[in-house]
Ligand binder design. Sequence first.
Ligand SMILES: O=C(O)C[C@H]1C=CC(=O)O1
Length: 72
Amino acid sequence: MTEKAYSQDLQRSGKWRHIWRIAGQYANCSIFDVRDHDELHQILSGLPLFPFMEISVTPLLRHPSAIREDDR
Ligand SMILES: O=C(O)C[C@H]1C=CC(=O)O1
């Protein structure tokens, strides 16, 4: 499976909620909706380019001042 197909399948499933290109870089900023660290690791390590990637992970949670009920 290609990187694009793998990513788009996960986007359709709702696990990979956002993918944004970082302007001026071959890099992206993505938001995943996962159960736990283990699920995130399984998803990231399944990327065909995983062995060549530099990934940093920042856990996020809903902000108490957020006004939208559903950020999807
Ligand atoms: O282009 C990228 O940012 C790398 C990679 C991540 C998802 C995808 O479709 O390609």
